[in-house]
Design a protein around this ligand. Sequence first.
Ligand code: CA
Length: 676
Amino acid sequence: MNGARIANADREPGNWLSHGRTYNEQRFSPLKVINDKNVTRMGLAWHYDLDTRRGQEATPLVVDGVMYFSTAWSKVVALQAATGKPLWTYDPKVPPEWAVNACCDVVNRGVAMWGGKVFVGTLDGRLVALDAGTGKPVWEKLTIDPKFRYTITGAPRVVKGKVLIGNGGAEMNVRGYISAYDTETGNLAWRFYTVPGDPSKPFESPILGKAAKTWTGEWWKNGGGGTVWDAMAYDPQLDLLYIGTGNGDPWARKIRNSQVGDNLLASSIIALRPDTGEYVWHYQENPGDEWDYDSAAQIILADLQIDGQLRKVLLHAPKNGFFYVLDRATGKLLSAKPFVRVTWATGIDLQTGRPIESPEAQYEASNKTLVVSPGPGGAHTWQPASYSPDTGLVYFPVLEAGFAYKSAEQFSHKALAFNTGTDPVASGMPQDPNIKKGILGSIKGRLSAWDPVKQVEVWRADRPGPWNGGALSTAGNLVFEGTGNGQFEAFRANTGEKLWSASAQSGIVAGPISYTVNGEQYVAILAGWGGVMPLAAGEVARQSPQMNNVPRMLAFKLGGKASLPPAPEFKPRALTPPRTTANPATVKKGEELYQQYCSNCHGDVAVSGGVLPDLRYSGTLKTDVWFGVVLDGMLKQAGMVAFAKEISRQDAAAIREYVVYRANQSLAESGNQKKP
Ligand code: CA
């Protein structure tokens, strides 16, 4: 595997050589043995069950008959791509308690390959090169300072002999950057920081000196954010590497600035030279963002006819709900239109490239609770999008959900909390039944087929829930997508007619691929429910029908005759909480602490979205084991950190009182009789 091979990936359509298949990250497969005329004959070829029930977000690679993919906890699996027979597995042994630093589950989105090696980034910040034949580590580098709460969940890419890796943590007080390591030696070749550091020290690159003028106050003390946690694409002709950056840290812009500024280069697309990391241009989608609008979603490069002219463009549908088309040589904005209901801006000014922000979305200025769309879940985030040069359409999963934002009255960064700068109780899912009903009623999910030239939706497939998988389009006039309710489906790419579906028995959030072995075409998808929505936004995630989580790789082919074992029955449990005895002030204190420390994994307002335990059902609500788990790390091996450093026993008791209160509230709402 080398650069020429990836750059010419279309000459070997049977392989999937790089995260987005090709450097332009179009995720379009030129294969058409399986097509819109015969896809109804497609059946399961094989499946491979995984050993972890956490979220699965990876896109597999397939090279010369072998499939390589990562799973939760940054593990790597190699299988025979025709049979699913395992060849090797690798476990980097991530310390489970590092999970407290992950905003959005212990997921991993994929591996990269080059020169006989497989590269994976680990949740605890390492970059590991494995021998592709044996799965044994060849070298390993720590890419972060472990004093800070960095995590790696994104897939590395390899360009010109350098493996590129970023990291996440823009709610955990980190400073974003991307690093390039030599594929052979593992030596650091360059590092590009996306936000300026301490201005009393020299800036690492000239652009950071300019960027620092758009920050005020002492932002660097909390890192600044702007993390490079997912998107990368490369244009070999222009020799430009494109990356997307996350939000500023924390979300509330007045906390990271004494006077509001643009906060470059957070929430931006940046073009760099891949040999040196030298800055070439940037386009900022959200200057001075305050809604958690990362610009880290997948970047697609395409050549499109725009106003009668063939343009080299960059396509981007980030969290903020606008679909952007940029000239990728210069970074100039060509067009931007909303692909969902957007309330934070009325449009994007094509002259200046800046959004026209709506006053009614400025929660810090108003000091009130404001419901803004999209919310921090984003209108579209990391889930893979696919551009078909045949139909000229971009296929991607879209999510519509508003979110209640309110400024925190007092805010200080906490070492073990999720730091947003918003009021932990007022923000999120309001408990006023009418507002809650309104928000939940407005939540929608769909697969959208978008024309990037006309900037209009051409067709859509509505989904039962908001959190679904990524898309693959093929030359067989097909689009594949998995859903949060466990279906893997195929549509006619030009019309949206649904042609085929199969049950995965488990929610799907990852993106599919297609490949061949000995001329036979396969379509593969990793199933497994997880990611930010089921962890942090339980009530929203529960808009998808609930089911068990059975993470597995599934591969399909024409005439496939394999079958899955019977699906485990989903049994809703009975709520049997102890009676609420605490006074309202204790419950309120517990609510604040729960929302700050617990909600990001166990779910907003103590409702789990089906990955981690729903604490309302916990047996520990009645025993002192609660304190052993919360304070002392009794379940450390399962990923539950000890909070004793930051939470007192009295605080832990208050959190429990809040969960007991919520459990009783849920019991009353469901109309169940409490069993004695
Ligand atoms: Ca973010």
